[in-house]
Design a protein around this ligand. Structure first.
Ligand code: AMP
Length: 287
């Protein structure tokens, strides 16, 4: 595995390969089994695999955790080495953004709900970095976790609207045995919060079970999930919502595929999770 630090070097390496397929996994590092499941899928489906580690400043708001975001480059590289990937691309912020911004991407669809509503500009920053990474790496396949289901839905639009020549693959959320979605931010949880955090997913599962029992009124389901999370955690609820998926539109009654998503804030960590379901409340198969 070779570590590459500049876009120019990465681009010349890509030019030197005549491989049929390039699988690319963009990450912000502090890798865990969730990330590694994306890498394994990329390995299984491609001749060449590239992982990027870049904590993208553009997708963090002024009061968010850019400086505190956990960084573990040495451990990350060891984990990737064990999976025998070909290249890890670890550019500095200066290498990715050498000038002050001269171009801004502004997304208008699928961004004014869920995390997009709580984190204004976040998905514009994600879109910019993904566009740049696609230009640099020219992947044939790009892998994203469905834990960030809104991100996946937004990147689908980016790929369509900018005619990016890459196939997107969504990968199921990897969880701890108690149901908590693996996340780089879980290291911020206190001991008490670690015990409470799985109740976000348990709350979403409660919502799913209501849908399976023919409840279609989204207000009723959202209320029940919120109440459950409030009763079992000390976290502040950022949102719990039900939207069509992947179009992310509000609905009063469930008639088609939906996402039931939640975000909660503990003392130093904001956690997100979701379930993507058919109208009968079964987990929607995404591949
Ligand atoms: P991040 O480093 O948080 O930007 O995540 C990089 C990629 O890993 C994104 O596509 C995430 O959706 C994905 N990812 C993060 N956590 C998980 C998880 N628990 N299961 C599956 N994929 C994940």
């Amino acid at each position: 595995m070779k570590v590459v630090r500049t876009p120019a070097e990465m681009q010349s390496i890509i030019k030197s390969h005549s491989t049929k397929s390039i699988g690319f996994v963009p990450t912000m590092g502090s890798l865990h089994e969730g990330h590694l499941s994306l890498v394994q899928k990329a390995k299984a489906q491609n001749d060449l695999v590239i992982v990027s580690i870049f904590v993208n400043p553009l997708q963090f708001g002024p009061t968010e955790d850019l400086e505190q975001y956990p960084r573990n480059e040495a451990v990350d590289c060891r984990l990737l080495e064990d999976l025998h990937i070909d290249y890890v691309f670890i550019p500095s912020a200066q290498a990715m953004y050498p000038t002050k911004p001269r171009i801004q991407l502004t997304l208008t669809d699928r961004v004014n709900v869920l995390c997009g509503q709580s984190r204004p500009g976040h998905f514009d920053g994600v879109a910019m970095v993904i566009t740049k990474l696609v230009q640099i790496i020219k992947p044939t396949h790009m892998y994203f976790g469905l834990k960030d289901a809104q991100q996946f839905a937004v990147i689908q639009l980016l790929v369509e609207d900018l005619n990016l020549d890459v196939k997107l693959i969504g990968v199921e959320t990897v969880r701890e045995s108690d149901g908590l979605a693996k996340s780089s931010r879980n290291v911020y949880l206190t001991e008490t919060e670690k015990h409470e955090a799985p109740y976000l997913y348990k709350g979403l599962q409660l919502g799913q079970s209501l849908i399976q029992r023919d409840e279609t009124d989204t207000k009723v389901i959202i209320q029940a999930v919120k109440e459950y999370i409030r009763n079992h955690t000390s976290a502040e609820i950022d949102y719990v919502d039900i939207l069509t998926y992947p179009s992310l539109e509000h609905i009063d009654f469930i008639e088609d595929d939906i996402i039931l998503a939640g975000a909660i804030k503990f003392s130093s960590a904001r956690l997100i999770d979701n379930v993507i379901l058919t109208s009968e409340g079964h987990v929607k198969k995404m591949d």
